[in-house]
Structure formats: structure tokens, C-alpha cells
Unconditional design. Structure first.
Length: 249
């Protein structure tokens, strides 16, 4: 797919749990031919506000932690008019069937549309569009993605600690979307995440054109001002995401 307008809507930008600063992670990429949703946290409830549901919709899951899946509970109220595909790591089909069943939610089989679940391993994939997937460094299996849409490249890398696959996915990307769960100077081998400085180093090493930070840990960044302070420290080098922010590529 080449040409046309491509924009990115940050529907939810928190990590871990919803607060007054925002919903948990869910990002909409609006392309000419389809809606691509990156993770299905609490921000997914805004999808019908921002997306054209007459187009095909692809929901790409990084991993199975609840703050990246909890938005599936809201699927029953959407009225998709075209196909819905969920892309995720191996095991996604079983996880969704466990999550979307009585007594937790409306079962997948009772939704007013069909969902195809496409489980992927590391590699290059051509369906439902061309994208790359690589394993990231996290406490549970987690995929990062490199999307090729409308002549642009978007790298989506969350949740992860520093690792070479983030750099490879972001190589010369038009946009790198990654996380900032940790505050500066923090680290953990048991629960790996990134600091703002880690994210900047990935951008530099990969030669990515733009960097947007998201998935701000709701406990470590309790106020919007905590995020804004990061942006003020690195003016022109990164963008701080907030719920309902729209970025045009």
C-alpha cells in the first residue's frame, strides 16, 4: 500500500491501570485501506470515536498482560462492517477464548461479527499487510512489530527492556512508538521496561526519524506533569503521548 494519509491516534497511553491521566495502552493507526490497532487496553473503548468501522480492522497484540487485553471486554458494543483480525503471539487464540467467556465477558462466539485470530512467530508476514515481528525482552513472551503501511514504516515496541530486536524493528523507521514505564535511572531484570533515556538510545541506534513515548506506568507517572517533565528535558528529541493525541505522518 502506497501513498495517502496515515495518522496515529493514541487512544490510551497508560501502563498497568487506568487513572485520570489516561486509559491503558491502545493506539489506532488509520491507513487508507484499514484500521490497525496496537494493543487492546482500556483505550480501546474509543475505537468507534476515531475509526471508520466500515473498513477492515486489525488488532495487533504485543503480549497477554491484562493492561494490553482488557479492552476486549468492550468488543460487544462495536458494529464492525468488515473483517476483524487479531494478530498475536502463539497462544493468543486460547487466551482470548478464556478471557471472552462467561462469567468474565460476552463469549467470542456470541459477538455480532466474526474474529479471525492469526498467531505469528518471529519473521516477516504478508497478511493482513506486510509486517515484521520479533521477540522483545519482557517478563512474559512479547512481540514487537514493524508495520509497513501506506509507504510508511512504524515500529511498535512495548513492553520491553533494552534489547537488539527493538533496534532492528526500528531501523530507519518513520516513527518509533515505544514505552517509558520506568523513570530515569530505574531498571529491573525481573520486570524489564524502558526509561526515557533507553528509548532515546534505541532511536539513535536505529536511525528512526521520530520517537513517541507511551505506556507510562500509572504508579510511577501519576500526573501528566510527570510525563511533560520528560519532554521538557529532551526538547525536539521525543514526543510525549497523551490520551486522544493525533499524530500525522
Amino acid at each position: 500500500m502506497n501513498g495517502g494519509r496515515l495518522d496515529v491516534v493514541f487512544m490510551g497511553t497508560n501502563g498497568w491501570y487506568d487513572t485520570e491521566t489516561g486509559n491503558t495502552l491502545s493506539i489506532l493507526v488509520r491507513s487508507k485501506e484499514m484500521n490497525v490497532v496496537l494493543d487492546a487496553g482500556g483505550g480501546l473503548h474509543k475505537l468507534d470515536r476515531y475509526a471508520d468501522l466500515s473498513k477492515p480492522t486489525v488488532i495487533m497484540l504485543s503480549h497477554h498482560h491484562l493492561d494490553h487485553l482488557i479492552g476486549f471486554h468492550q468488543l460487544v458494543r462495536f458494529r464492525f462492517q468488515d473483517r476483524v483480525t487479531v494478530v498475536g503471539i502463539m497462544g493468543t487464540h486460547n487466551i482470548l477464548h478464556e478471557l471472552l467467556r462467561d462469567p468474565f465477558s460476552v463469549p467470542m462466539g456470541l459477538l455480532p461479527y466474526n474474529i479471525e485470530v492469526l498467531e505469528v512467530k518471529e519473521g516477516v508476514h504478508e497478511r493482513p499487510f506486510r509486517f515484521h515481528s520479533r521477540l522483545l525482552f519482557h517478563s512474559s513472551p512479547c512481540l514487537g512489530y514493524r508495520l509497513e503501511l501506506d509507504g510508511k514504516v512504524i515500529a511498535f515496541c512495548t513492553d520491553t527492556g533494552p534489547c537488539k530486536n527493538t533496534v532492528e524493528l526500528a531501523r530507519n523507521a518513520d516513527l518509533l512508538i515505544t514505552e517509558s514505564s520506568f523513570r530515569s535511572g530505574e531498571s529491573s531484570d525481573l520486570w524489564p521496561h524502558l526509561t526515557p533515556e533507553d528509548a532515546l538510545e534505541i532511536k539513535r541506534a536505529a536511525g528512526a526519524k521520530r520517537l513517541v513515548l507511551t505506556h507510562f506506568d500509572a504508579y510511577k507517572y501519576p500526573k501528566i506533569e510527570d510525563r511533560e517533565e520528560v519532554g521538557e528535558r529532551y526538547p525536539g528529541q521525543l514526543t510525549i503521548s497523551k490520551d486522544d493525541m493525533v499524530l500525522e505522518l
